[in-house]
Write a protein that binds this ligand. Sequence first.
Ligand code: ZN
Length: 283
Amino acid sequence: MTNSLRLRFMMKMRLDFFSHVLLMLMGLALCESCVSQQEYAANYARGPRFKALVVYDRHAEPAHVEFDKQAIDFFRKLTYGEGFKMDVATSLSGFSFESLREYSVIVMLNAVPSSKEERALFRRYMENGGGWIGFHASAYNDKNTKWPWFNEFLGCGTFYCNNWPPQCALAVCDNRKHAVTRNLPKHFVLPPSEFYQWSPSPRHNKHVKVLLSLSSKNYPFGIKDVVKFGDFPIVWTNKDYRMIYLNMGHGDEEFIDANQNLLITNAFRWIVSCDPKGNPFLK
Ligand code: ZN
């Protein structure tokens, strides 16, 4: 074969190869468009996907009840279109284990199970795959609480200190790969709240994943009661349970910020999506 013949042969081979690749790519593109025409992106529920129980304490301090009422409105708006069934209660008394386990999630708004029976019921619910979102004083405990399991469940110690009065604060996302925080900015300013520190901090618990903290740039933090230093986790999950705790929940200005509202919706959706009975959003 002469040099020019060899060159022409090689060019033809290369052209054949490229036309094959081009045809394959066109075929793949056609398949993609077939799939996207067949499968619509949204999945519309035909009925409520799950049940949620919202619990608040009507005898809590007035600023907590203000938050609770706004939170109930917030979650009720999430039910528009009957996406889920929501019940509201002022305690867990009156529920049996069977009736409680129908709920994919219990949202505790500044409320803590207090009687021996309620504590036992709540523990049984959580140890059997129950879901919990706690706000603010729903994790409050001190030396008088005398419920060691509750600290194991929360992943932190007793109440240590707080800022006063309620004020805005710079938050830092500790983990932006998590479903609850991945669509939030690294830093954002939270609406006015009273924030609690705990001793020991949940950060020291190997079962805990901290998702959001107050930045040390906030120090000195407060006007009357001033927090001057310390690690300040405010949103975390204890991986041993289907739970998430959010420290905000004081006063009537908590639902004025899009980032915080998104965080709360994400937390609610994530807890429900991890239900061992199945992820209701895939139905
Ligand atoms: Zn408070």
